[in-house]
Ligand binder design. Structure first.
Ligand code: NAG
Ligand code: NAG
Ligand code: NAG
Ligand code: NAG
Length: 434
């Protein structure tokens, strides 16, 4: 039995190792070719970046994959292909490369490293727009970190189709304009767009459910914090401070199970936090300072909670409960209260800017006027309806409803809760004669 058994086994073993054998014979040559073409691409990257000191070591080795990693340069390879390139430059954020630098040429060269999964080009003075179409050709990219350069323009829509991305860090650049929806990036765990000039018209950018770290601080994002942020179950760290966000805070955010750090400070967030607002077990840091918040603080945000090891910063709002320190008078937050009720203004994010007395009074009068006007109009319509109906059917006058409840019920239910009838809405009041 033994001999008849062993020969198929040997054959199977041979077949199993055949590809391996072939590849070990073939690999050195192929890998060398790959390495030399990739080494050339890296040398070209160095030249396009104006020969920064961090890339100097590339000149002195034939195979960049053999370079030992340093704090300023890491080249990682697999099978002779560059899989990671991390360069930490020393350029001050204010000193850009000369205008001859072409971000398009740089990223075109980088597409010659098709296995690149991690790319960090930090503080190298890169300028110009992000070339979206070129970037998108780096389909293996999981980490893209371009912190501290001079990149400008919008965040290109092509980034929304780099489906492998786990970390997208474009902080401390000159990006302005809009951000595409990144909701399709199902592996995106980290989005850091902080310290740019994004928005308006950019509103809060959409992200997928995998996001753990969301940093939009120090931009010009306008509009509301969308309610879906309160459903990001993986969210651990959120910093949207220093923008122009307005309206209600979706209070479900504070209860997110993984959330540890949330900074909403220095915006125009307004309205009240519901008394039943809960804080998640992991929540250790809450900063809502310098907004337009009113009412009493929810119990889980009354001061620092040493038992829960939680720091809560609330200064510079209009919280009314005793113990809330360094609060502003309620008149300061009045424009914000209006922004929490009315839809955000179009085009300019000017919701909280009417800080002058005239602006405040004007807005109050406008809203009060539209409330009174709307109510008068409804009453007028009802009186006319009642008269007409009584004239035509004197017998039904006793069964007609005495309250105008039927009229508002015809409005869309979502808007009905937050919206005050504005003069523009007159046309929407159902015409009983139509
Ligand atoms: C981006 O790269 C810099 C320099 O390597 C590093 O200090 C920073 O932590 C990176 N940022 C992120 C968020 O990965
Ligand atoms: C972005 O900045 C450029 C140059 O400063 C400017 O021309 C452009 O209008 C800006 N875009 C937006 C949307 O603000
Ligand atoms: C935000 O926009 C204002 C003008 O609307 C501008 O003065 C300010 O510098 C911008 N801030 C940022 C961080 O881009
Ligand atoms: C909470 O702690 C922070 C710093 O840890 C401090 O600045 C703040 O004043 C404290 N607030 C209260 C109400 O004790």
């Amino acid at each position: 039995m033994a001999p008849s058994d062993s020969s198929p086994k040997a054959a199977a073993l041979f077949l199993l190792f055949l590809p391996l054998l072939c590849s070990t014979i073939a690999t050195p040559a192929v890998a060398q070719q790959l390495a030399s073409s990739q080494a050339k691409a890296l040398l070209r990257v160095r030249r396009l970046l104006g020969n920064p000191p961090a890339l100097e070591p590339l000149r002195h080795v034939p195979d960049p994959c053999a370079l030992p990693p340093t704090p300023t340069l890491t080249v990682a390879c697999s099978g002779g292909q560059v899989t990671a390139l991390s360069v930490l430059g020393d350029r001050d954020p204010s000193s850009a490369l000369p205008s001859t630098f072409s971000s398009d040429a740089l990223f075109t060269t980088l597409t010659r490293l098709p296995s690149l999964s991690r790319l960090s080009l930090v503080r190298l003075g890169m300028r110009g727009p992000l070339p979206g179409a070129k970037l998108r050709r780096l389909q293996a990219l999981q980490v893209l970190n371009l912190t501290g350069n001079h990149l400008s323009g919008a965040v290109p829509a092509d980034l929304a189709r780099m489906y492998s991305l786990q970390s997208l860090v474009l902080s401390r650049n000159r990006l302005n304009g809009s951000v595409p929806s990144l909701a399709a990036l199902q592996f995106l765990e980290e989005l850091d767009l902080s310290h740019n000039a994004l928005g308006p018209p950019a509103a809060f950018p959409e992200v997928g459910n995998a996001v753990e770290r969301l940093v939009l601080a120090e931009n010009n994002f306008t509009g509301k914090i969308p309610a879906w942020v309160g459903k990001l179950g993986q969210l651990r760290f959120m910093d949207v401070s220093g923008n122009k966000l307005q309206g209600w805070i979706p209070s479900a955010i504070f209860a997110l199970p993984s959330l540890r750090h949330v900074d909403l400070s220095r915006n125009r967030l307004s309205g009240q936090l519901p008394p039943a607002t809960a804080c998640g077990g992991a929540l250790a840091f809450v900063d809502v300072s310098s907004n337009l918040l009113t009412g009493a603080r929810p119990a889980c945000m009354r001061g620092n909670n040493s038992a829960a090891a939680r720091t809560v910063l609330v200064a510079g709002n209009c919280f009314s409960d005793a113990g809330a320190e360094r609060q502003r008078p309620s008149s300061y937050c009045a424009p914000g209260a209006l922004a929490a009720v009315l839809p955000p203004p179009q085009g300019g994010g000017k919701g909280g800017e009417g800080k002058g007395k005239g602006g405040e009074v004007g807005m109050v009068l406008a809203v009060a006027g539209s409330v009174v006007g709307g109510a008068l109009l409804i009453a007028l319509v009802l009186v006319v309806v009642l008269r007409v109906v009584r004239k035509q059917h004197p017998e039904v006058s006793s069964v007609l409803p005495t309250s105008p409840a039927a009229t508002p019920a015809k409005k869309p239910p979502v808007k009905a809760t937050h919206k005050i009838i504005a003069p523009a809405d007159k046309s929407k009041i159902p015409n009983p004669f139509a």
